[in-house]
Design a protein around this ligand. Structure first.
Ligand code: G6P
Length: 512
Protein backbone atom coordinates (compact mmCIF):
# COMPACT_ATOMS: atom_id res chain seq x y z
CA UNK A 1 0.00 0.00 0.00
CA UNK A 2 1.36 3.45 -0.90
CA UNK A 3 0.46 7.08 -0.37
CA UNK A 4 -0.60 8.41 -3.77
CA UNK A 5 -4.27 9.02 -4.45
CA UNK A 6 -3.67 9.09 -8.23
CA UNK A 7 -1.29 6.68 -9.95
CA UNK A 8 -0.66 6.65 -13.68
CA UNK A 9 0.91 3.52 -15.16
CA UNK A 10 2.41 3.42 -18.65
CA UNK A 11 5.19 1.43 -20.28
CA UNK A 12 7.28 4.52 -20.88
CA UNK A 13 7.99 7.19 -18.30
CA UNK A 14 7.93 10.83 -19.47
CA UNK A 15 11.73 10.75 -19.22
CA UNK A 16 14.31 8.29 -20.52
CA UNK A 17 17.55 7.73 -18.67
CA UNK A 18 20.78 8.61 -20.41
CA UNK A 19 24.24 7.88 -19.08
CA UNK A 20 25.96 11.20 -18.45
CA UNK A 21 29.64 11.64 -19.38
CA UNK A 22 32.20 10.62 -16.78
CA UNK A 23 33.66 13.33 -14.58
CA UNK A 24 37.32 14.26 -15.17
CA UNK A 25 38.34 12.25 -12.08
CA UNK A 26 36.73 9.11 -13.54
CA UNK A 27 33.68 9.13 -11.25
CA UNK A 28 30.25 8.72 -12.82
CA UNK A 29 28.42 11.96 -13.63
CA UNK A 30 24.87 12.48 -12.32
CA UNK A 31 22.01 10.77 -14.17
CA UNK A 32 20.67 12.64 -17.20
CA UNK A 33 16.94 12.36 -17.98
CA UNK A 34 15.63 13.24 -21.44
CA UNK A 35 11.99 13.75 -22.54
CA UNK A 36 10.82 10.49 -24.08
CA UNK A 37 9.05 10.13 -27.45
CA UNK A 38 5.42 9.61 -28.42
CA UNK A 39 1.94 11.01 -28.07
CA UNK A 40 1.16 9.30 -24.77
CA UNK A 41 3.81 11.23 -22.88
CA UNK A 42 2.86 14.53 -24.55
CA UNK A 43 -0.72 14.03 -23.43
CA UNK A 44 -0.21 12.90 -19.84
CA UNK A 45 2.51 15.28 -18.69
CA UNK A 46 0.21 18.24 -17.93
CA UNK A 47 -2.15 16.12 -15.79
CA UNK A 48 0.70 14.63 -13.80
CA UNK A 49 2.32 17.98 -13.17
CA UNK A 50 -0.91 19.41 -11.75
CA UNK A 51 -2.18 16.39 -9.80
CA UNK A 52 0.76 15.48 -7.56
CA UNK A 53 0.20 11.83 -8.46
CA UNK A 54 2.80 9.16 -9.16
CA UNK A 55 3.83 7.95 -12.62
CA UNK A 56 4.88 4.29 -12.76
CA UNK A 57 6.85 3.22 -15.84
CA UNK A 58 10.00 2.00 -17.52
CA UNK A 59 12.98 4.42 -17.56
CA UNK A 60 14.04 3.63 -21.14
CA UNK A 61 17.16 1.53 -20.37
CA UNK A 62 17.62 -2.17 -19.59
CA UNK A 63 18.85 -3.74 -16.36
CA UNK A 64 18.98 -0.54 -14.32
CA UNK A 65 17.25 0.08 -11.00
CA UNK A 66 16.38 3.59 -9.91
CA UNK A 67 14.76 4.79 -6.71
CA UNK A 68 11.57 6.86 -7.10
CA UNK A 69 12.42 10.53 -7.74
CA UNK A 70 10.88 13.84 -8.78
CA UNK A 71 11.42 15.25 -12.24
CA UNK A 72 10.04 18.61 -13.30
CA UNK A 73 7.29 18.43 -10.66
CA UNK A 74 6.33 14.81 -11.44
CA UNK A 75 6.76 11.87 -9.01
CA UNK A 76 8.47 9.14 -10.98
CA UNK A 77 8.39 5.45 -9.97
CA UNK A 78 10.75 3.49 -12.27
CA UNK A 79 10.09 -0.19 -13.06
CA UNK A 80 13.15 -2.30 -13.89
CA UNK A 81 13.12 -4.42 -17.05
CA UNK A 82 15.89 -6.81 -18.05
CA UNK A 83 17.38 -6.85 -21.54
CA UNK A 84 15.66 -10.19 -22.22
CA UNK A 85 12.30 -8.81 -21.06
CA UNK A 86 12.69 -5.78 -23.28
CA UNK A 87 13.33 -8.04 -26.21
CA UNK A 88 10.33 -10.28 -25.54
CA UNK A 89 7.77 -8.04 -23.86
CA UNK A 90 8.52 -4.65 -25.49
CA UNK A 91 10.10 -5.37 -28.87
CA UNK A 92 8.34 -8.73 -29.18
CA UNK A 93 4.80 -8.98 -27.88
CA UNK A 94 4.04 -5.24 -27.64
CA UNK A 95 5.62 -4.01 -30.85
CA UNK A 96 5.83 -7.05 -33.10
CA UNK A 97 2.47 -8.62 -32.16
CA UNK A 98 0.00 -6.14 -30.69
CA UNK A 99 1.12 -2.99 -32.53
CA UNK A 100 0.74 -4.42 -36.08
CA UNK A 101 -2.40 -6.38 -35.11
CA UNK A 102 -4.10 -3.29 -33.68
CA UNK A 103 -3.06 -1.20 -36.71
CA UNK A 104 -4.96 -3.12 -39.37
CA UNK A 105 -2.15 -5.68 -39.87
CA UNK A 106 -0.29 -3.16 -42.08
CA UNK A 107 2.73 -5.31 -41.13
CA UNK A 108 2.30 -8.98 -40.31
CA UNK A 109 2.00 -9.63 -36.55
CA UNK A 110 4.23 -12.33 -35.05
CA UNK A 111 2.63 -14.78 -32.62
CA UNK A 112 5.13 -16.37 -30.23
CA UNK A 113 4.30 -18.15 -26.99
CA UNK A 114 7.55 -17.08 -25.27
CA UNK A 115 6.90 -13.40 -25.86
CA UNK A 116 3.38 -13.79 -24.49
CA UNK A 117 4.85 -15.32 -21.30
CA UNK A 118 7.16 -12.31 -20.95
CA UNK A 119 4.18 -9.97 -21.48
CA UNK A 120 2.34 -11.63 -18.58
CA UNK A 121 5.42 -11.47 -16.31
CA UNK A 122 6.11 -7.82 -17.02
CA UNK A 123 2.44 -6.82 -16.69
CA UNK A 124 2.51 -8.45 -13.26
CA UNK A 125 5.51 -6.34 -12.26
CA UNK A 126 3.83 -3.10 -13.35
CA UNK A 127 0.68 -4.11 -11.45
CA UNK A 128 2.73 -4.77 -8.30
CA UNK A 129 4.53 -1.42 -8.59
CA UNK A 130 1.20 0.39 -9.03
CA UNK A 131 -0.32 -1.46 -6.06
CA UNK A 132 2.68 -0.48 -3.92
CA UNK A 133 2.29 3.22 -4.84
CA UNK A 134 -1.50 3.55 -4.51
CA UNK A 135 -3.15 4.70 -1.28
CA UNK A 136 -6.30 3.01 0.02
CA UNK A 137 -9.17 3.66 -2.42
CA UNK A 138 -6.85 5.46 -4.86
CA UNK A 139 -7.50 5.92 -8.56
CA UNK A 140 -5.10 4.06 -10.83
CA UNK A 141 -5.08 4.93 -14.51
CA UNK A 142 -3.35 2.35 -16.71
CA UNK A 143 -2.28 3.28 -20.25
CA UNK A 144 -1.93 1.59 -23.59
CA UNK A 145 -1.49 -1.75 -25.30
CA UNK A 146 1.70 -2.75 -23.50
CA UNK A 147 -0.21 -3.12 -20.20
CA UNK A 148 -3.60 -4.60 -20.99
CA UNK A 149 -3.40 -7.28 -18.28
CA UNK A 150 -2.65 -4.78 -15.52
CA UNK A 151 -6.27 -3.74 -14.75
CA UNK A 152 -7.29 -7.31 -13.87
CA UNK A 153 -4.08 -8.02 -11.93
CA UNK A 154 -4.58 -4.83 -9.94
CA UNK A 155 -8.22 -5.58 -9.20
CA UNK A 156 -7.27 -8.99 -7.86
CA UNK A 157 -4.50 -7.55 -5.65
CA UNK A 158 -6.30 -4.38 -4.58
CA UNK A 159 -10.10 -4.53 -4.80
CA UNK A 160 -10.25 -1.15 -3.02
CA UNK A 161 -8.87 0.70 -6.08
CA UNK A 162 -10.75 2.55 -8.78
CA UNK A 163 -9.16 1.38 -12.02
CA UNK A 164 -9.22 3.10 -15.41
CA UNK A 165 -7.58 2.04 -18.66
CA UNK A 166 -6.97 4.12 -21.77
CA UNK A 167 -5.98 2.63 -25.10
CA UNK A 168 -3.97 5.19 -27.08
CA UNK A 169 -3.94 3.14 -30.26
CA UNK A 170 -6.85 1.76 -32.31
CA UNK A 171 -8.78 -1.31 -31.19
CA UNK A 172 -9.15 -3.54 -34.25
CA UNK A 173 -12.33 -4.94 -35.80
CA UNK A 174 -13.24 -8.42 -34.54
CA UNK A 175 -12.13 -10.18 -37.73
CA UNK A 176 -8.58 -8.98 -37.09
CA UNK A 177 -8.59 -9.14 -33.29
CA UNK A 178 -9.75 -12.75 -33.45
CA UNK A 179 -6.36 -13.79 -34.88
CA UNK A 180 -4.72 -13.24 -31.49
CA UNK A 181 -4.14 -16.59 -29.78
CA UNK A 182 -4.49 -14.82 -26.40
CA UNK A 183 -7.57 -12.83 -27.38
CA UNK A 184 -9.58 -13.93 -24.34
CA UNK A 185 -6.83 -13.28 -21.81
CA UNK A 186 -6.35 -9.73 -23.12
CA UNK A 187 -10.07 -8.92 -22.98
CA UNK A 188 -10.27 -10.43 -19.53
CA UNK A 189 -7.31 -8.28 -18.43
CA UNK A 190 -8.95 -5.11 -19.73
CA UNK A 191 -12.31 -5.93 -18.17
CA UNK A 192 -10.62 -5.65 -14.76
CA UNK A 193 -10.97 -1.87 -15.25
CA UNK A 194 -14.06 0.15 -14.29
CA UNK A 195 -13.76 2.41 -17.34
CA UNK A 196 -11.97 1.50 -20.57
CA UNK A 197 -11.30 4.51 -22.77
CA UNK A 198 -10.68 4.55 -26.52
CA UNK A 199 -9.82 7.24 -29.06
CA UNK A 200 -12.72 6.76 -31.50
CA UNK A 201 -16.34 5.62 -31.31
CA UNK A 202 -15.36 2.80 -33.68
CA UNK A 203 -12.63 1.53 -31.32
CA UNK A 204 -15.02 1.31 -28.37
CA UNK A 205 -17.53 -0.46 -30.63
CA UNK A 206 -14.91 -2.96 -31.80
CA UNK A 207 -14.01 -3.72 -28.18
CA UNK A 208 -17.62 -4.25 -27.07
CA UNK A 209 -18.23 -6.47 -30.07
CA UNK A 210 -15.21 -8.60 -29.18
CA UNK A 211 -16.52 -8.93 -25.61
CA UNK A 212 -19.92 -10.07 -26.90
CA UNK A 213 -18.41 -12.49 -29.38
CA UNK A 214 -15.88 -14.06 -27.05
CA UNK A 215 -17.65 -13.94 -23.69
CA UNK A 216 -21.29 -13.30 -24.53
CA UNK A 217 -21.56 -10.60 -21.86
CA UNK A 218 -24.48 -8.26 -22.43
CA UNK A 219 -23.56 -4.75 -23.66
CA UNK A 220 -25.91 -1.76 -23.84
CA UNK A 221 -24.34 1.24 -25.54
CA UNK A 222 -21.22 2.03 -23.53
CA UNK A 223 -22.11 -0.29 -20.63
CA UNK A 224 -20.86 -3.87 -20.32
CA UNK A 225 -22.19 -6.09 -17.54
CA UNK A 226 -19.34 -8.32 -16.41
CA UNK A 227 -20.28 -11.22 -14.15
CA UNK A 228 -18.63 -11.13 -10.76
CA UNK A 229 -16.27 -14.06 -10.35
CA UNK A 230 -15.20 -14.03 -14.02
CA UNK A 231 -11.86 -15.36 -12.88
CA UNK A 232 -8.81 -16.19 -14.92
CA UNK A 233 -9.17 -19.96 -14.60
CA UNK A 234 -12.45 -19.90 -16.50
CA UNK A 235 -10.76 -17.91 -19.27
CA UNK A 236 -7.83 -20.27 -19.53
CA UNK A 237 -10.25 -23.19 -19.61
CA UNK A 238 -11.58 -21.61 -22.78
CA UNK A 239 -15.10 -20.68 -21.69
CA UNK A 240 -16.85 -18.68 -24.38
CA UNK A 241 -20.45 -18.62 -23.28
CA UNK A 242 -22.40 -16.07 -21.30
CA UNK A 243 -22.85 -16.67 -17.64
CA UNK A 244 -25.98 -15.78 -15.77
CA UNK A 245 -25.98 -12.06 -15.31
CA UNK A 246 -28.85 -11.53 -12.91
CA UNK A 247 -29.30 -8.16 -11.26
CA UNK A 248 -27.29 -5.12 -12.37
CA UNK A 249 -24.07 -4.31 -10.54
CA UNK A 250 -23.52 -1.36 -8.28
CA UNK A 251 -21.91 0.88 -10.86
CA UNK A 252 -18.47 1.60 -12.26
CA UNK A 253 -16.75 2.38 -8.97
CA UNK A 254 -14.80 -0.46 -7.47
CA UNK A 255 -17.72 -0.91 -5.12
CA UNK A 256 -19.12 -2.81 -8.09
CA UNK A 257 -16.37 -5.42 -7.76
CA UNK A 258 -17.00 -5.82 -4.07
CA UNK A 259 -20.77 -5.85 -4.33
CA UNK A 260 -22.73 -8.97 -3.72
CA UNK A 261 -24.53 -8.36 -7.04
CA UNK A 262 -24.05 -10.79 -9.88
CA UNK A 263 -22.48 -8.29 -12.26
CA UNK A 264 -20.02 -5.44 -12.23
CA UNK A 265 -20.64 -2.56 -14.59
CA UNK A 266 -17.79 -1.62 -16.92
CA UNK A 267 -17.90 1.41 -19.22
CA UNK A 268 -16.21 1.20 -22.65
CA UNK A 269 -16.36 4.61 -24.28
CA UNK A 270 -14.43 6.97 -26.55
CA UNK A 271 -12.50 9.89 -25.02
CA UNK A 272 -10.52 11.51 -27.86
CA UNK A 273 -7.15 12.57 -26.48
CA UNK A 274 -5.63 15.99 -27.08
CA UNK A 275 -2.76 18.33 -26.24
CA UNK A 276 -2.11 21.33 -24.03
CA UNK A 277 -3.20 23.69 -26.80
CA UNK A 278 -2.58 26.89 -24.81
CA UNK A 279 1.00 25.85 -24.01
CA UNK A 280 1.72 25.23 -27.72
CA UNK A 281 0.23 28.60 -28.67
CA UNK A 282 2.22 30.33 -25.93
CA UNK A 283 5.42 28.84 -27.34
CA UNK A 284 4.47 29.86 -30.87
CA UNK A 285 4.00 33.47 -29.75
CA UNK A 286 7.53 33.72 -28.36
CA UNK A 287 9.60 36.10 -30.54
CA UNK A 288 12.63 33.80 -30.52
CA UNK A 289 10.55 30.88 -31.84
CA UNK A 290 9.05 33.06 -34.57
CA UNK A 291 12.55 34.20 -35.49
CA UNK A 292 13.60 30.56 -35.66
CA UNK A 293 10.65 29.80 -37.98
CA UNK A 294 11.77 32.59 -40.34
CA UNK A 295 15.32 31.30 -40.18
CA UNK A 296 14.20 27.79 -41.13
CA UNK A 297 12.48 29.12 -44.26
CA UNK A 298 15.52 31.16 -45.22
CA UNK A 299 17.88 28.25 -44.66
CA UNK A 300 15.74 26.16 -46.99
CA UNK A 301 16.13 28.78 -49.74
CA UNK A 302 12.85 30.60 -48.99
CA UNK A 303 10.55 28.26 -50.94
CA UNK A 304 7.12 29.59 -51.91
CA UNK A 305 5.55 26.61 -50.14
CA UNK A 306 7.04 24.68 -47.27
CA UNK A 307 5.39 21.31 -46.64
CA UNK A 308 6.05 19.38 -43.44
CA UNK A 309 5.75 15.81 -42.22
CA UNK A 310 6.52 14.91 -38.58
CA UNK A 311 6.31 11.29 -37.50
CA UNK A 312 7.97 8.58 -35.52
CA UNK A 313 9.56 6.41 -38.19
CA UNK A 314 6.73 3.87 -38.14
CA UNK A 315 5.01 1.93 -40.94
CA UNK A 316 1.63 3.09 -39.65
CA UNK A 317 2.41 6.71 -40.57
CA UNK A 318 2.22 6.37 -44.36
CA UNK A 319 5.52 8.19 -44.91
CA UNK A 320 6.21 6.14 -48.05
CA UNK A 321 2.79 6.98 -49.50
CA UNK A 322 3.46 10.67 -48.88
CA UNK A 323 6.84 10.53 -50.62
CA UNK A 324 5.34 8.66 -53.57
CA UNK A 325 2.59 11.27 -54.00
CA UNK A 326 5.09 14.14 -53.78
CA UNK A 327 7.44 12.45 -56.28
CA UNK A 328 4.66 11.97 -58.82
CA UNK A 329 3.56 15.59 -58.46
CA UNK A 330 7.13 16.67 -59.22
CA UNK A 331 7.44 14.21 -62.11
CA UNK A 332 4.18 15.46 -63.62
CA UNK A 333 5.37 19.05 -63.14
CA UNK A 334 2.29 19.87 -61.08
CA UNK A 335 4.78 21.02 -58.42
CA UNK A 336 8.38 22.15 -58.86
CA UNK A 337 11.38 22.04 -56.49
CA UNK A 338 11.93 25.74 -57.15
CA UNK A 339 8.63 26.43 -55.39
CA UNK A 340 7.99 23.59 -52.98
CA UNK A 341 10.15 21.87 -50.36
CA UNK A 342 9.05 18.99 -48.15
CA UNK A 343 10.66 18.83 -44.70
CA UNK A 344 10.28 15.32 -43.29
CA UNK A 345 11.16 14.72 -39.65
CA UNK A 346 11.25 10.98 -38.97
CA UNK A 347 12.16 10.42 -35.35
CA UNK A 348 13.96 7.15 -34.59
CA UNK A 349 11.68 4.50 -33.09
CA UNK A 350 11.87 0.82 -32.02
CA UNK A 351 15.06 0.44 -33.98
CA UNK A 352 15.78 -3.13 -32.89
CA UNK A 353 12.49 -4.46 -34.30
CA UNK A 354 13.10 -5.95 -37.76
CA UNK A 355 10.04 -4.37 -39.43
CA UNK A 356 11.29 -0.94 -38.36
CA UNK A 357 14.78 -1.61 -39.71
CA UNK A 358 13.31 -2.61 -43.06
CA UNK A 359 11.04 0.46 -43.07
CA UNK A 360 13.97 2.79 -42.42
CA UNK A 361 15.83 1.36 -45.39
CA UNK A 362 12.77 1.69 -47.62
CA UNK A 363 12.06 5.29 -46.62
CA UNK A 364 15.66 6.39 -46.92
CA UNK A 365 15.96 4.73 -50.32
CA UNK A 366 12.80 6.53 -51.46
CA UNK A 367 14.04 9.90 -50.14
CA UNK A 368 17.45 9.41 -51.75
CA UNK A 369 15.92 8.47 -55.11
CA UNK A 370 13.49 11.36 -55.11
CA UNK A 371 16.20 13.85 -54.22
CA UNK A 372 18.50 12.33 -56.82
CA UNK A 373 15.82 12.69 -59.49
CA UNK A 374 14.49 16.15 -58.66
CA UNK A 375 16.76 18.22 -56.40
CA UNK A 376 18.94 20.94 -57.89
CA UNK A 377 22.10 22.45 -56.43
CA UNK A 378 20.04 25.24 -54.89
CA UNK A 379 16.78 23.39 -54.11
CA UNK A 380 16.45 20.13 -52.21
CA UNK A 381 13.13 18.37 -52.79
CA UNK A 382 12.97 16.58 -49.42
CA UNK A 383 14.88 17.84 -46.42
CA UNK A 384 14.95 14.60 -44.40
CA UNK A 385 15.85 14.42 -40.70
CA UNK A 386 16.18 11.19 -38.78
CA UNK A 387 16.17 12.87 -35.34
CA UNK A 388 13.95 13.77 -32.47
CA UNK A 389 13.82 17.52 -31.82
CA UNK A 390 13.01 19.57 -28.72
CA UNK A 391 9.46 20.88 -28.56
CA UNK A 392 10.53 24.48 -29.29
CA UNK A 393 12.12 23.43 -32.59
CA UNK A 394 8.96 21.49 -33.53
CA UNK A 395 6.85 24.57 -32.87
CA UNK A 396 9.13 26.66 -35.08
CA UNK A 397 8.80 24.04 -37.84
CA UNK A 398 5.00 24.06 -37.55
CA UNK A 399 5.01 27.85 -37.76
CA UNK A 400 7.25 27.75 -40.81
CA UNK A 401 5.12 25.16 -42.67
CA UNK A 402 2.43 26.25 -45.12
CA UNK A 403 1.11 22.71 -45.49
CA UNK A 404 1.16 19.95 -42.88
CA UNK A 405 0.95 16.38 -44.20
CA UNK A 406 -0.49 13.70 -41.90
CA UNK A 407 -0.96 10.63 -44.08
CA UNK A 408 -1.19 7.82 -41.51
CA UNK A 409 -2.52 4.47 -42.75
CA UNK A 410 -3.90 3.90 -39.25
CA UNK A 411 -3.33 6.00 -36.14
CA UNK A 412 -5.04 6.09 -32.74
CA UNK A 413 -5.27 9.89 -32.71
CA UNK A 414 -2.18 11.65 -34.18
CA UNK A 415 -1.32 14.54 -31.91
CA UNK A 416 0.98 16.10 -34.50
CA UNK A 417 -2.15 17.21 -36.39
CA UNK A 418 -3.46 18.90 -33.25
CA UNK A 419 -0.10 20.47 -32.43
CA UNK A 420 0.07 22.06 -35.88
CA UNK A 421 -3.37 23.57 -35.45
CA UNK A 422 -2.66 24.80 -31.91
CA UNK A 423 0.49 26.58 -33.04
CA UNK A 424 -1.14 28.44 -35.96
CA UNK A 425 -2.45 31.44 -34.01
CA UNK A 426 -1.86 33.42 -37.21
CA UNK A 427 -4.88 31.57 -38.65
CA UNK A 428 -2.84 30.37 -41.62
CA UNK A 429 -1.60 26.96 -42.74
CA UNK A 430 -3.35 23.99 -44.34
CA UNK A 431 -3.70 20.57 -42.72
CA UNK A 432 -3.92 17.53 -45.01
CA UNK A 433 -5.15 14.72 -42.78
CA UNK A 434 -5.73 11.01 -43.26
CA UNK A 435 -9.22 9.82 -42.47
CA UNK A 436 -7.56 6.80 -40.81
CA UNK A 437 -6.14 8.95 -38.01
CA UNK A 438 -8.40 9.36 -34.97
CA UNK A 439 -7.98 13.13 -35.29
CA UNK A 440 -10.11 13.05 -38.46
CA UNK A 441 -13.25 12.50 -36.34
CA UNK A 442 -12.83 15.99 -34.90
CA UNK A 443 -10.73 17.89 -37.46
CA UNK A 444 -13.23 17.75 -40.29
CA UNK A 445 -12.18 21.10 -41.78
CA UNK A 446 -8.80 19.66 -42.71
CA UNK A 447 -8.41 18.34 -46.26
CA UNK A 448 -9.26 14.72 -45.50
CA UNK A 449 -7.59 12.03 -47.58
CA UNK A 450 -7.39 8.29 -48.06
CA UNK A 451 -3.60 7.87 -48.25
CA UNK A 452 -3.91 4.58 -50.14
CA UNK A 453 -5.47 6.59 -52.96
CA UNK A 454 -2.32 8.15 -54.41
CA UNK A 455 -4.21 10.17 -57.05
CA UNK A 456 -6.55 11.54 -54.39
CA UNK A 457 -3.61 12.36 -52.12
CA UNK A 458 -1.85 14.18 -54.97
CA UNK A 459 -4.98 16.22 -55.69
CA UNK A 460 -5.28 17.09 -51.99
CA UNK A 461 -1.63 18.21 -51.77
CA UNK A 462 -2.00 20.35 -54.87
CA UNK A 463 -5.19 21.84 -53.53
CA UNK A 464 -3.46 22.66 -50.23
CA UNK A 465 -0.59 24.37 -52.06
CA UNK A 466 -2.86 26.64 -54.11
CA UNK A 467 -5.63 27.20 -51.53
CA UNK A 468 -6.66 30.87 -51.37
CA UNK A 469 -5.92 32.71 -48.13
CA UNK A 470 -9.61 33.20 -47.28
CA UNK A 471 -10.32 29.50 -47.40
CA UNK A 472 -7.18 28.70 -45.40
CA UNK A 473 -8.21 31.13 -42.67
CA UNK A 474 -11.78 29.89 -42.56
CA UNK A 475 -10.71 26.28 -42.19
CA UNK A 476 -7.96 26.99 -39.68
CA UNK A 477 -10.32 29.03 -37.51
CA UNK A 478 -12.73 26.10 -37.28
CA UNK A 479 -9.92 23.65 -36.57
CA UNK A 480 -8.48 25.85 -33.85
CA UNK A 481 -11.85 26.11 -32.15
CA UNK A 482 -12.02 22.31 -31.90
CA UNK A 483 -8.50 21.91 -30.55
CA UNK A 484 -8.74 24.70 -27.98
CA UNK A 485 -12.15 23.55 -26.71
CA UNK A 486 -11.20 19.92 -26.37
CA UNK A 487 -7.70 20.19 -24.93
CA UNK A 488 -5.87 17.60 -22.89
CA UNK A 489 -7.16 18.97 -19.57
CA UNK A 490 -10.72 18.47 -20.81
CA UNK A 491 -9.80 14.95 -21.94
CA UNK A 492 -8.34 13.81 -18.62
CA UNK A 493 -11.07 15.56 -16.62
CA UNK A 494 -13.75 13.84 -18.67
CA UNK A 495 -12.14 10.41 -18.28
CA UNK A 496 -11.52 10.81 -14.54
CA UNK A 497 -15.04 12.17 -13.99
CA UNK A 498 -16.47 9.09 -15.65
CA UNK A 499 -14.15 6.88 -13.64
CA UNK A 500 -14.80 8.35 -10.22
CA UNK A 501 -18.27 9.74 -10.82
CA UNK A 502 -20.03 6.80 -9.19
CA UNK A 503 -23.00 4.72 -10.16
CA UNK A 504 -25.49 7.55 -10.53
CA UNK A 505 -23.32 9.39 -13.04
CA UNK A 506 -22.52 6.19 -14.90
CA UNK A 507 -26.14 5.39 -15.38
CA UNK A 508 -26.59 8.73 -17.11
CA UNK A 509 -23.79 8.27 -19.63
CA UNK A 510 -25.29 8.64 -23.07
CA UNK A 511 -24.98 5.92 -25.60
CA UNK A 512 -22.70 7.65 -28.09
C1 G6P B 1 2.73 5.60 -29.33
C2 G6P B 1 2.19 4.66 -28.26
C3 G6P B 1 2.88 4.89 -26.93
C4 G6P B 1 4.39 4.85 -27.11
C5 G6P B 1 4.83 5.82 -28.19
C6 G6P B 1 6.34 5.78 -28.46
O1 G6P B 1 2.37 6.93 -29.04
O2 G6P B 1 0.79 4.81 -28.13
O3 G6P B 1 2.50 3.91 -26.00
O4 G6P B 1 5.06 5.14 -25.89
O5 G6P B 1 4.15 5.51 -29.39
O6 G6P B 1 6.75 4.48 -28.74
P1 G6P B 1 7.83 3.73 -27.84
O7 G6P B 1 7.77 2.30 -28.27
O8 G6P B 1 9.11 4.41 -28.14
O9 G6P B 1 7.42 3.91 -26.39
Amino acid sequence: MGTFSLVVVSNRLPVDHEDGPENADGTAAPDVWRTSPGGLVTALEPLMRSSGGAWVGWPGVADRSFEPFQNDGINIVPVRLSAAELEEYYEGFSNDTLWPLYHDVIAAPAFHRETWEAYVTVNRRFAAAAAASAALGATVWVHDYQLQLVPRMLREARPDLVIGFFNHIPFPPYGIYAQLPWRKQILHGLLGADVIGFQRVADAGNFSRAVRRLFGYPTRGVVIDVPNGDDASSIEAGSTGARSTGARGAGARSTGARSAGATRRVIAKHFPISIDAAAYEEMARRPEIQARARQIREDLGSPKTLMLGVDRLDYTKGIGHRIKAFGELLAEKRLSVEDVTLVQVASPSRERVETYKVLRDEIELAVGRLNGDFSTISHTAISYHHHGYPREEMVALYLAADVMLVTALRDGMNLVAKEYVAVRFDGDGVLVLSEFAGAADELKQAILINPHDIEGTKDAIERAVVMPKRERTRRMRALRKKVSENDVAAWSASFLRTLTGGAAVQAGIPDD
